[in-house]
Design a binder for this molecule. Structure first.
Ligand SMILES: Cc1cc2nc3c(=O)[nH]c(=O)nc-3n(C[C@H](O)[C@H](O)[C@H](O)COP(=O)(O)O)c2cc1C
Ligand code: SF4
Ligand code: SF4
Length: 441
C-alpha cells in the first residue's frame, strides 16, 4: 500500500487532505467530523474582529448551479458551479479559545492538525488573532489574503484587497511572523494578475508556505427574470477553476520555490492528484464537502490511495510536481517538438454523413472528396483539432517520419509569414457550404 504521509511546514501530515477554512470548520462539532472522516488537517473558519465579516456569515447565500446557470436540485455533478457569499466566523475569536484547545487535542488524538485562519481589521488584530491561535496550541496559521468579500465592504481593508498588493501582503505577513513562533501560510487570491509576485514577497517576509488559491469573484444572472442571482457579485468556484489555479501552483513551484497548499476546484481524488502533480504538498478541500457532506471525504482519501497503488506511486514525493517539472517553460520549447500528422481510418469514418473534421480543419488539410474525406498531408500542421472533434474515433495522430518530411509533409514556407496563402487555400468553402445547407434544411 502506498505511503500517503508527507511533511509540510515542518509538520507531518498523514495524508495530503486538509479541510479548507469554510462552513464545514465553523463549529467544534463539524471540525471533529472532519477528523473522524480521516482529514490530516482542518483549517478553522477564518477568525476575525471585523464585525461586518461576522455579520455577513449570518446573511450567507449559497447558489449551486449547473453549467447552464440553473439551480441543481438533487445530485451534484462534477461540473457544479458554487456561487455564494459568506463572511468569516461569526463567533468572536476570543470565544473560540476553549474550542480551539479542545479541537487541537481531538486532532492530535487522530494524528492530525487543527490549523488557524486569520482575517483581521488592522495590524494589531492580525497579530492578536495569530497569537491566540498559537496560545491555543495550534501548530500552523493561515493568513486569509484571499477572501473576495471584504472588497465589497465599505471601510474594510482585508482579504483579497491585501492579497492583490504584494507589498501590503508582505508587510502584514512580516508583522504576524514577528508576533508568533508557529509557521505562517499565506492564502492567495486568484482575483489578480500577479500571484507569483505576492508569493515571492511573502516568502521574503518569512512565510513558510502559500495556499494557492482562494476563490474568484463572479457575477451571475437569471436571464428569465433579468435579475442578478443572489443579489449581486459573489464568490465563485467549482472544478472549472482547477486548471486556472493549477497554473499558479505550477508557476509558484517553478519561480518561487515555496511549499504550496493547493486549493480551489477539488471534487474528487483525481483533482487531489492533479494538484500534487502540479506541485502542491497538502491540498485543501472546501465547497464539495458543503454540498455532498463530510461523508464525501473518506471517498476522496480512499481514491488517492487506490490511484497511487494502481499507478505504482510509492509515496507523495514520487508524484509531487512531476507534471510541473515536465511542462514547457516557454513556447520556443513547443516549436522544437517533433511533428505529428493526422491519418484517417476510412472504415470507421462516417463521411459523407459526417463532415465535422473538414469544417474544423483550419489548415486546408481535409476536404470533401468523392464520398470520403480527402487528406492533404502537405498542409497538415499536426494541431490535433480533427482528432479531438471526430465523434467516431476515426482520426489518429502519428509522428511524422523523415521520409514523410522529404515528401513535403509540413511544407510550411520558410520564414514567419505565409505569403499568398489566401490565393491557394480557401478553407473548404464547398464542403462547409454544403454542410451548412444540410444543417439549416
Ligand atoms: C461558502 C464559503 C465560505 C468560505 N469561507 C472562507 C473563510 O471563512 N475563510 C477562508 O479562508 N476561505 C473561505 N472560503 C474559501 C475556501 O476555503 C476555499 O479556499 C475555496 O472555496 C476553494 O476551495 P474549493 O474549490 O475546494 O471550495 C469559503 C468558501 C466558500 C464556498
Ligand atoms: S491535425 Fe490539424 S491541420 Fe492536420 S488535418 Fe487535423 S485539423 Fe487539419
Ligand atoms: S469527423 Fe471523423 S467521422 Fe466525421 S468525417 Fe471526419 S473522420 Fe469521418
Amino acid at each position: 500500500m502506498a505511503n500517503t504521509e508527507l511533511e509540510f511546514c515542518g509538520l507531518k501530515f498523514k495524508n495530503p487532505t486538509v479541510i479548507a477554512s469554510l462552513e464545514t470548520t465553523n463549529s467544534p462539532d463539524l471540525i471533529k467530523q472532519c477528523f473522524d472522516g480521516g482529514a490530516a488537517g482542518a483549517i478553522v473558519k477564518t477568525l476575525t474582529d471585523i464585525e461586518d465579516m461576522a455579520r455577513l456569515t449570518q446573511n450567507s447565500k449559497y447558489f449551486v448551479m449547473n453549467d447552464k446557470g440553473q439551480v441543481i436540485h438533487g445530485k451534484v455533478p462534477r461540473d457544479f458551479v458554487f456561487y455564494s457569499r459568506s463572511g468569516y466566523s461569526s463567533t468572536h475569536y476570543k470565544e473560540w479559545i476553549p474550542y480551539l484547545k479542545e479541537g487541537q487535542k481531538y486532532a492530535a488524538d487522530h494524528g492530525a492538525h487543527l490549523i488557524g485562519s486569520v482575517g483581521a481589521h488592522d495590524i494589531d488584530g492580525w497579530k492578536d488573532i495569530a497569537r491566540t491561535i498559537e496560545d491555543c496550541g495550534l501548530p500552523l496559521a493561515e493568513l486569509n489574503f484571499g477572501c473576495p468579500h471584504p472588497a465589497m465592504m465599505p471601510g474594510v481593508v482585508g482579504g483579497s484587497m491585501i492579497g492583490q498588493d504584494p507589498n501590503m501582503a508582505a508587510d502584514v505577513t512580516a508583522a504576524v511572523i514577528e508576533a508568533v513562533d508557529i509557521p505562517i501560510m499565506v492564502k492567495l487570491t486568484p482575483d489578480q494578475s500577479q500571484p507569483v509576485e505576492v508569493a515571492r514577497k511573502v516568502k521574503e517576509a518569512g512565510a513558510a508556505a502559500v495556499n494557492a488559491t482562494n476563490r474568484y469573484t463572479g457575477f451571475s444572472i437569471d436571464i428569465e427574470t433579468g435579475t442578478p442571482d443572489i443579489g449581486g457579485p459573489a464568490g465563485i468556484g467549482g472544478t472549472w477553476t482547477k486548471p486556472l489555479t493549477l497554473r499558479w501552483v505550477h508557476r509558484i513551484r517553478q519561480e518561487v520555490g515555496i511549499p504550496i497548499s493547493g486549493s480551489n476546484g477539488i471534487f474528487d481524488h483525481r483533482d487531489v492528484v492533479e494538484f500534487i502533480m502540479a506541485g502542491a504538498g497538502i491540498v485543501q478541500i472546501g465547497s464539495v464537502l458543503m454540498i455532498k457532506g463530510i461523508k464525501w471525504l473518506p471517498k476522496i482519501i480512499a481514491g488517492v490511495n487506490q490511484f497511487m497503488d494502481d499507478h505504482g506511486y510509492p509515496d507523495i514525493a514520487s508524484m509531487q510536481g512531476i507534471a510541473s517539472d515536465m511542462a514547457a517553460s516557454d513556447y520556443s520549447d513547443q516549436f522544437k517538438k517533433s511533428r505529428m500528422n493526422a491519418q484517417i481510418d476510412h472504415d470507421a469514418c462516417n463521411n459523407p454523413t459526417c463532415t465535422v473534421c473538414i469544417q474544423m480543419c483550419f489548415y486546408e488539410a481535409l476536404s470533401q472528396a468523392d464520398g470520403h474525406v480527402g487528406l492533404h498531408p502537405e498542409n497538415c500542421i499536426g494541431c490535433e483539432l480533427c482528432y479531438d472533434v471526430c465523434p467516431f474515433k476515426a482520426i489518429s495522430m502519428h509522428p511524422t517520419t523523415p521520409e514523410q518530411m522529404a515528401k513535403g509533409y509540413f511544407n510550411i514556407p520558410d520564414g514567419v509569414y505565409e505569403h499568398d496563402k489566401f490565393k491557394t487555400r480557401r478553407n473548404n468553402p464547398e464542403s462547409i457550404g454544403k454542410s451548412l445547407l444540410k444543417e439549416t434544411a
